[in-house]
Design a binder for this molecule. Structure first.
Ligand code: SF4
Length: 306
């Protein structure tokens, strides 16, 4: 849940998740629909799908008890080197290194690293450096301290070198120029057009097979299917949101009930829409359009739905 998201934002989602899914057994038993619904608002829905798949393995192959062996942890869906090591050190007190955003910045400066930290060589150097400094005792506390040092002292913009407890070990001559990163791809603009169709207290949704795989979205408007009845028709709703390296403009048009595609489309009762897993931009559009706000709205949003 914490990937690309701040702790304060995650806490309410985390508590809600634990009330709904207190253990691996409850996640493993749940349908994918329920898991996606529980994850709603956090974005990066693949993490929810992987957690669901991993819970089934923990339940079926490890009698519901999470394994402590890093090699076994790494085999679970969605678990990479960082997550496996973080679980091993924080849950099982193993003396293994961890590298995440805060420790990466801190290590790059401590060791004055010149390789881009998001390159294969740079990443390997970071892991080697982290392994070099992790102690054999109290590794969990040490790793936790490294994260805090990166988050609170070795800040990205203005590192607080004058109060830094590891200043005498730090090799960075110009800390603000570190870490070095590869240049990022330019943001691409996308326009996505969808239909808002209601009938007898129901709204038409389509199960996404792409970005929000498995979740329910407003039906995409295709040239040969649903489309604005007139090319001059203005959208009933417009909303801009970032998605990875894209800036997506969501345009939604009112439509009359069409002949629906039974394989992927479904009518949902508006009264029960809260229980359907819907990605945030589409949920927001539905809520606004249903609440009889002015016919044409235009929103911009800073936070991202991934
Ligand atoms: S001395 Fe400055 S750059 Fe070096 S680790 Fe401390 S805060 Fe970061």
């Amino acid at each position: 849940m914490l990937q690309q998201t701040q702790v304060a934002t995650v806490i309410p989602y985390y508590n809600k998740w634990l009330r709904r899914f207190p253990d691996f057994a409850s996640v493993a038993r749940a349908s994918q629909n329920d898991v996606l619904h529980g994850w709603q608002g956090l974005g990066y829905y693949n993490r929810a799908r992987n957690l669901h798949a991993a819970s089934k393995i923990v339940q079926d192959q490890h009698m519901g008890i999470f394994p402590g062996d890093i090699a076994v942890i790494r085999k679970l869906p969605g678990i990479g080197r960082y997550t496996a090591n973080a679980v091993a050190t924080f849950a099982f007190h193993q003396p293994v290194p961890i590298v995440e955003t805060n420790t990466a910045r801190l290590l790059a400066r401590l060791f004055d690293m010149r390789a881009p930290i998001d390159s294969a060589i740079g990443r390997e150097k970071l892991w080697e450096s982290a392994a070099q400094v992790v102690p054999s005792r109290n590794a969990a506390r040490f790793n936790s301290a490294l994260i805090d040092l990166g988050a609170l002292v070795c800040l990205a913009d203005r590192p607080k070198c004058n109060v830094c407890p590891v200043k005498k070990f730090c090799r960075a001559k110009n800390p603000e120029a570190l870490p070095i990163k590869k240049s990022r791809p330019r943001t691409k603009r996308l326009i996505e057009t969808h239909a808002f169709v209601t009938n007898n207290g129901r709204v038409l949704l389509e199960q996404s097979s792409a970005r929000w795989h498995g979740m329910w979205i407003l039906p995409p408007l295709k040239l040969d299917g649903l489309r604005p009845s007139s090319s001059r028709q203005r959208p009933a709703y417009k909303f801009v949101f970032p998605f990875t390296h894209h800036r997506v403009t969501l345009r939604i048009f009112h439509q009359r009930p069409p002949k629906i595609d039974n394989r992927s489309q479904h009518w949902f009762s508006i009264r029960r829409i809260e229980s359907v897993p819907i990605p945030s931009p589409h949920r927001r559009a539905i809520v606004d359009l249903l609440s009889a706000r002015p016919a044409t709205r235009s929103h911009r949003r800073r936070s991202s739905e991934r």
